[in-house]
Write a protein that binds this ligand. Sequence first.
Ligand SMILES: NC(=O)c1ccc[n+]([C@@H]2O[C@H](COP(=O)([O-])OP(=O)(O)OC[C@H]3O[C@@H](n4cnc5c(N)ncnc54)[C@H](O)[C@@H]3O)[C@@H](O)[C@H]2O)c1
Ligand SMILES: [Zn+2]
Ligand SMILES: [Zn+2]
Length: 367
Amino acid sequence: MKINAVTLDAVGGPVQVEEVDLEQPHEGEVLVKMGASGVCHSDQHSITGQHPADLPCVLGHEGAGEVVAVGLGVSRVKVGDHIALNWQPNCGNCFYCDRSEHALCREVTKTVWSGYMADGTSRISRDGKPLLHYSGVSTWADHMVVDQACCEVIPDEVPYEVAAIIGCAVATGVGAAIYRGQVSPDHRVVVVGAGGVGLSAIMGASMAGAKQIIAVDQSPEKELIARELGATDFILSSDSDVEQVLEMTESRGADVVIEAIGIPRLQQIWLDGVRPGGKLVLVGVPSVEDDSTFGSANLIRMQKTITGSYFSTTDTGKAIRDLCEAYLKGLLPIDRLISRRVRINEIQDALNWMLTGKEGRIVITFD
Ligand SMILES: NC(=O)c1ccc[n+]([C@@H]2O[C@H](COP(=O)([O-])OP(=O)(O)OC[C@H]3O[C@@H](n4cnc5c(N)ncnc54)[C@H](O)[C@@H]3O)[C@@H](O)[C@H]2O)c1
Ligand SMILES: [Zn+2]
Ligand SMILES: [Zn+2]
């Protein structure tokens, strides 16, 4: 079948919206009619080469839609199911999964992230030449074939645009706050960077009942949305952000600081904004070529923890189901995170808008 998709041929772009070919699902695979797809900064990192992707590919990794066909042997979903796409499925049964460290399981993702389906071929092609499946889900397309392992059934009442962003930004931010940050009601929390991921961390900290949540961003437009999602304070970035946090936290620093941008300089300076005994949670991902340097003597004497936080940090399928439930119960105002809806042919505008730093999450909607 012919589909409309966003392709990337070379590092640096440009991305193109074009008609390409999609094969029907093979054994164990599912054809999804996309309902909505989020625009994440990680896609932009792949366009710039900061996070290298295998090319040429169809981009996008936050998505939700309806199952319209299944290959032989598919048992996880059936035609008509509403699903969110999960770019990090796990096996449930390895060294890491046994220890509830599902974010570290590579048993399924070693295939899913290869750019090809399990049989080593691609379902997407252009002029007879294969295009690769970005993150195994390639959600910037009106239809896509995915491995059934990437499909998580969601309640029909959850809008596709909400389920789509649960499938990366929301699960990542909430996971960073709740699981890696272990935010609790007596905590003072700082979230550096109020984009899709940072705003989700604010929502997660708020759901955990944190008594103070300080959002930090360079964009003044972010204050309103950060406060709506649970921030109690907002700092417009300057050279004195850490000093301001010390003043706001009885000179101790925050119990938990979550860096959700991915800038090494910020990762470094924010260790000083963490109180003795507190945690620095790194979520934003810099280039693999960039180093962050931390003074270890101070880290040791102050018993601080620096931890990485990847996607939901837990079983992502379960996280997607739990977050859908929390949304339906009114515990997480995920729809308020969506600042703009675009059509697929406006993808470059969407990326440019994201880069202004003024947006919450932008979603592509499909008919
Ligand atoms: N750890 C994970 O599993 C995971 C998952 C998804 C995304 N990410 C990463 O998280 C990061 C954020 O992604 P996003 O989609 O939320 O991005 P985004 O573009 O939506 O948000 C970034 C925010 O940071 C702000 N910002 C940028 N530079 C700043 C600076 N110098 N000082 C203060 N504020 C600044 C912007 O104004 C914007 O509000 C990216 O690095 C992305 O790759 C990590
Ligand atoms: Zn993402
Ligand atoms: Zn596993």
